[in-house]
Design a protein around this ligand. Structure first.
Ligand code: GLN
Length: 472
């Protein structure tokens, strides 16, 4: 099977379903060709930590088709932070390099019951600490649009996996931007639902009050369909919101005259090409939906980064306490530099003498950021804002300067602190041929509106049909 045929099948759930329905899907041929492609992709991009053997891939697809499961065996990859029974799970960390779990995360279990076929687990910054995958304890992944650049992070391998067309979708995790930023760098959709939508049970914890499981996908319809299959209460994570209903994509008719907020000052210091795309989208939505763009204020937005880099390391330092070399994996001497940095930052902020000055203060400012958003949503339905400062940066460019790396998350973090849903989506290419993205953020549990807005743009831009040319 040729690569174009693999991509035809991973492009959308409907093409996969059609192929199954017409009996045109030769599962053996597909599994073999996909396995070859995964190996080739790995050689070029190092997107994966584990690739499942061909017979496992085939069995899963056959079983899902036989049982007529909703996803009919559609291939999926997962960030390696999700516990998968008897499949190595590392969180990108040397401490867990040989860890074989004895149970499965809820999200993986739900995928399996829905008939998804796990084909690979993706590389990421160790424990989710980073924005480029360069903090992976194993190797850095590479951007399929330019192999000298990062794919973003921490879920970098996941973005590469979807962008290259090896899988239909991917499950990632976004604590402060880890789905949205790599999605923007690799030209795919990055979906971070409202905090508390999908159970975190069996997801290796980074910062428990921020960790949000979400998806990478090529088209928004499929992302929402899978979201509906995996979200909701499961009894193992008390932070999952109990009364969730299925998300339906809001139609363009219902979006007519929608009020979209924006913050002009956010574009200062951002690559002007991103501002140009913003302007283009503004004109597009104004004509397509008669949308009204309204300038809003989020007075505490700019404190987001400072707040995050107190709260997230504080929670991380507590979460990493369990890796004592006795219960799971190897000892603490295997922690990488960034993990040590975060543990130090976190324990410092939580130390009795500093708790009030740092941790408690940060919690209060977090509340103000949240309240700003709530107020803004009295005025507008959704906010359109940048995801990144620019296109994907070069490997090695920010590794010597952690603060510079942290600054990359200025636009994603405040949304995470407020627990709001946001969708990062490709808007076009830069003059160097690299993808650029923007994101819509919305009210809690209002993924429908955001998905509707993205769908309107997707139908026009057709970016979901685009593939990078370095991984053929
Ligand atoms: N880049 C951010 C960090 O380093 C966010 C990571 C994430 O969302 N997991 O913490």
């Amino acid at each position: 099977m040729r690569l174009s045929e693999i991509r035809q099948l991973t492009r959308s759930l409907s093409t996969w379903r059609q192929a199954v329905a017409n009996g045109r899907l030769d599962v053996k041929d597909f599994s073999q060709s996909l396995t070859d492609y995964l190996a080739k992709l790995q050689a070029k991009t190092q997107a994966y930590i584990t690739i499942l053997p061909e017979n496992k891939i085939r069995q899963q697809i056959e079983a899902a088709i036989k049982a007529d499961k909703p996803l009919l065996g559609w291939p999926v990859s997962m960030k390696d932070v999700f516990i998968t029974k008897e499949i190595k799970t590392t969180a990108g960390a040397a401490v867990l390099k040989d860890y074989l779990p004895s149970y499965s995360s809820t999200v993986y279990q739900r995928l399996v019951s829905a008939g998804g076929s796990l084909v690979a687990k993706t590389n990421c910054d160790a424990w989710g600490f980073g924005g480029s995958t360069e903090n992976s304890d194993f190797y850095s992944s590479k951007n399929p649009y330019d192999l000298e650049r990062v794919p973003g992070g921490s879920s970098g391998g996941s973005a590469v996996s979807v962008a290259s067309g090896a899988v239909g979708f991917d499950i990632g995790e976004d604590t402060g931007g880890s789905i949205r930023q790599p999605a923007a760098f690799c030209g795919v959709i990055g979906f971070k639902p409202t905090y508390g939508s999908i159970s975190r049970y069996g997801a290796i914890a980074f910062s428990s009050s921020l960790d949000t499981i979400g998806l990478f996908g090529r088209q928004i319809e499929d992302v929402i369909e899978v979201f509906n299959l995996v979200k909701g209460v499961d009894g193992f994570d008390a932070t999952v919101y109990p009364s969730q209903t299925p998300t339906k994509i809001t139609s363009s008719q219902q979006l007519t005259k929608i009020k979209i907020g924006y913050l002009p000052e956010l574009f200062e210091g951002v690559d002007p090409q991103i501002k140009d795309y913003f302007d283009k989208l503004k004109v597009f939505y104004e004509s397509e939906l008669k949308a009204e763009f309204i300038e809003i204020k989020l007075p505490h937005f700019s404190y987001g980064l400072a707040v995050y880099y107190i709260l997230a390391p504080a929670e991380a330092s507590s979460n990493l306490g369990r890796y004592d070399g006795v219960r799971f994996g190897q000892g603490r001497q295997f922690f990488g530099d960034e993990a040590i940095r975060r543990v130090l930052l976190g324990t410092f902020a939580l130390a009795s003498g500093y708790y009030d000055a740092y941790y408690l203060k940060a919690l209060k400012v977090r509340r103000l950021i949240y309240q700003d958003f709530i107020k803004a949503f009295n005025q507008v339905e959704s906010i359109l804002l940048p995801v990144t400062l620019g296109q994907a940066f070069k490997l090695g460019q920010n590794t010597q300067d952690p603060i510079k790396m942290y600054l990359e998350d200025s636009f994603t973090i405040p949304i995470s602190l407020a627990g709001l849903p946001a969708i990062s989506f490709p808007v076009g290419l830069s003059d160097q041929g690299l993808p650029l993205g923007l994101q819509f953020a919305g009210r809690h549990f209002n993924e429908s509106t955001l998905a509707g807005l993205v769908k309107v743009w997707q139908s026009f831009s057709k970016f979901n049909q685009k593939y990078p040319n370095h991984v053929d």
